[in-house]
Ligand binder design. Structure first.
Ligand code: AMP
Ligand code: ZN
Length: 665
């Protein structure tokens, strides 16, 4: 087998394994074997950029960065759905349909209404070419790079697919994956996400697709638009989509009568909590596409479809006490401690009250009977007070004005709903929270040290900031609860190993307020070492791409603080990476600053990824499609004709690979 054949064989095999695992949920090889095959493919592809394929399973790991999500028009509009909230509403709708269509039998396809983020994915000749968010229905954001990392979405279709079509679905984050992500966040000292839906839609707009690749997202498909699809009904459409390799939930049901529709609705209203993902209702669609066409659309939704919204489950219970939590950044979160009550299948004991305004808005008091709701979300919320039950001696809630952990007077800044404890360096949960953040996986990734141990070490006064970690000895750690010689050794070794973590992650680990992973990368790239960053000003900082005043102020403040300066000097003495590695520094210029390149087609000397990296390393942006903002279109072999036409009509210069390389000395 030559390299080309080997690459093709691996791609085909990995596609099938992805399909078995993510669409059918029945893997046929071990994760280890899968990883080995993927690794082999990646190595071969790196050696042979000439065999680049935009549908290769190797692209699933992400790595493409989208700076600005370009707005692109949908080929056909993404409509909303009309909502109904009662059986009467539904019956009225069905009568209207029947009247409109005349005296013919009408069938319905019932599906669940998946609660996530809508997506429209375009396939051409069996290959995924573009994915757009719903946006305003007429145009959405191009999130192709991110969508390609979702493994249940085929990059290459199987079977008798039409030449071109759009398929629509919902990107969801199943409960299991969501819970796992949150457990990890809590372990890392980060705030957990509120609910799967927002996390799913937020994921689509992450700039770094490798982060998206790590999230356990799924795509559930429900509709195809295009010509000559080869089906006559909604139900057949779902079956076809399945054959082509898409994940289409099997709960969809073809109903021959309104009674059957009602049974479906009733069944899932009760059983929806057993599903692996969130659903907030049922969508009922007239089955025949011919009928659909006759019925048509209103100005915002199809007349042939109707959503039936489940009622959010609500219970009332006693609010025993309001307590306050202090986070790593000093943010205060009030928590309602409830008399335990069963709600949507789980026992609820606590509910977040968010902030002081929220408490004032509902006039929530200790001793109140409150209404608690769980609208598909994980964390229940208080939606009101049963005033009739309010005890006579009830007193309004007085929000705390001092930190519950360290007694410092709380502060609140204009425009921020939260109160903060400003005792950054003396407030215990802030101190341990910062160290927990420092050691977390995406920061210094210190193996052998977890969040609870950090708390123990702090309590035993062995550490009071993250620099202290580096002076810990095996002998100091061993006497701690649940520590043995081996684990103490692992801890000390893990700390030592973290001196190899690259600068951008160190910067993230420092826990500067508002400096997340992406901002840390930007700062590292712009300043190259900590000494330059230490002396920078707000004016300089805001010149860096995507750094606003809020972040700039926070950075300057951080480095002005003497305690921080001391900690950084100490970290330096322990050998922490405080500058970009030589390898990263080399090859980085500003030569192409201010320009935007679009790369299309196949190239001779470089792979597309290498080309894009070169563009970014030299200070320019990579755009995902040609627009008036594009400076150059770098055209390779087999570039799509539409890109060329668009570039020509907008007067965007089209250059070859060699011409591009000549721009860089
Ligand atoms: P709404 O946003 O309430 O107007 O509802 C319309 C949205 O419901 C669509 O944009 C879809 O993303 C979403 N949806 C979820 N499940 C389905 C389904 N089975 N059929 C059609 N739309 C669905
Ligand atoms: Zn405090």
């Amino acid at each position: 087998m030559d390299s080309k054949e080997k690459i093709e064989a691996l791609r085909t095999a990995l596609r099938e394994h992805n399909y078995n695992y993510y669409v059918l949920d029945t893997p046929t090889i071990s994760d280890y074997d899968f990883d080995m095959q993927l690794k082999e493919l990646q190595d071969l592809e790196a050696k042979h950029p000439e065999f680049y394929d935009a549908t290769s399973p190797s692209l699933r790991v992400g790595g493409m960065v989208t700076k600005n999500f370009e707005t692109v028009a949908h080929d056909s509009r993404m409509y909303s759905l009309d909502n109904s909230y009662s059986k009467e509403d539904l019956e009225d709708w069905e009568k209207r349909i029947q009247r409109n269509l005349g005296d013919v039998p009408v069938e319905f396809t019932c599906e669940l209404k998946y609660d996530g983020a809508s997506i429209s994915i375009t396939y051409e000749n069996g290959k995924l070419v573009r994915a757009l968010t719903r946006g305003d229905g007429f145009q959405g954001d191009d999130v192709t790079n991110n969508i390609k990392t979702i493994k249940s979405i085929p990059l290459q279709l199987k079977g008798d697919y039409p030449a071109k079509f759009d398929i629509r679905g919902e990107i969801v984050l199943p409960f299991e994956g969501f819970t796992r992500m949150n457990a990890e966040r809590i372990e890392n000292g980060e705030e957990p996400y509120m609910n799967p839906r927002n996390t799913a839609s937020g994921s689509l707009k992450l700039q770094d697709s490798s982060l998206v690749a790590q999230r356990p997202l799924e795509c559930l498909l429900y509709g195809i638009v295009g010509e000559n699809i080869g089906v006559e009904s909604q139900f057949q459409m779902l079956e076809k989509a399945r054959v082509w390799g898409f994940k289409v939930p099997t709960v969809a049901k073809l109903c021959k009568s309104t009674d059957e529709v009602m049974n479906f609705v009733e069944h899932w209203d009760i059983h929806r909590h057993e599903l692996p993902y969130e659903t907030d209702g049922v969508v009922i669609k007239v089955n025949s596409l011919q009928h659909q066409e006759e019925l048509g659309y209103t100005s915002k939704s199809p007349r042939w479809a109707m959503a039936y919204k489940f009622k959010a489950e609500q219970v009332s219970t006693l609010l025993n006490e309001i307590t306050y939590q202090v986070g790593r950044t000093g943010a205060i979160t009030p928590v309602a401690n409830l008399e335990p009550v069963l709600l949507a299948g789980t026992t609820v004991k606590r509910a977040s009250l968010h902030n002081a305004d929220q408490i004032a808005k509902f006039d929530i008091r200790e001793g109140d009977t409150v209404f608690v709701e769980k609208g598909g979300e994980i964390i229940p919320k208080i939606v009101g007070v049963d005033f009739a039950q309010r005890p006579l001696n009830s007193v309004p809630t007085k929000y705390i004005d001092h930190c519950p952990e360290c007694s410092t007077a709380l502060e609140r800044t204009e425009g921020d709903a939260k109160h903060y404890c400003p005792n950054f360096y003396g407030c215990p949960p802030q101190i341990t929270g910062r160290i927990q953040h420092y050691i977390s996986r995406k920061a210094m990734d210190i193996e052998g040290l977890g969040g609870e141990t950090v708390e123990l070490l702090y309590k035993e006064q062995l550490i009071k900031n993250y620099a202290d970690l580096y002076t810990l000895t095996k002998e100091q750690v061993m006497p701690l609860e649940r520590m043995a010689e081996k684990s103490a050794e692992n801890l000390v070794n893990g700390v030592k190993a973290s001196t190899q973590i690259p600068f951008e992650r160190v910067l993230f680990a420092l826990g500067i307020r508002f400096v997340g992973e992406t901002v840390a990368k930007k700062l590292a790239k712009a300043y190259k070492n900590i000494d330059a960053l230490k002396v920078t000003t707000v004016e300089e900082l805001v010149k860096v791409d995507e750094i606003g005043e809020r972040i700039a102020n926070s950075v300057v403040e951080f480095f002005q603080n003497e305690t921080n300066q001391e900690i950084i000097e100490r970290l330096k003495s322990y050998g922490i990476q405080f500058e970009l590695s030589a390898e990263k520094l080399e090859n980085q210029t500003e030569e192409l600053k201010g320009q935007t390149f679009v790369v299309s087609g196949v190239f001779e000397k470089l792979s597309r990824n290498e080309l894009k990296k070169l563009i970014e390393d030299n200070g320019a942006k990579v755009g995902s499609s040609v627009s008036s903002k594009t400076t150059f279109l770098v055209a390779g072999d087999k570039m799509g004709p539409s890109k060329r036409t668009k570039a020509e009509s907008l007067g965007v210069a089209i250059i070859t690979e060699d011409e591009f390389l000549a721009m860089l000395k």
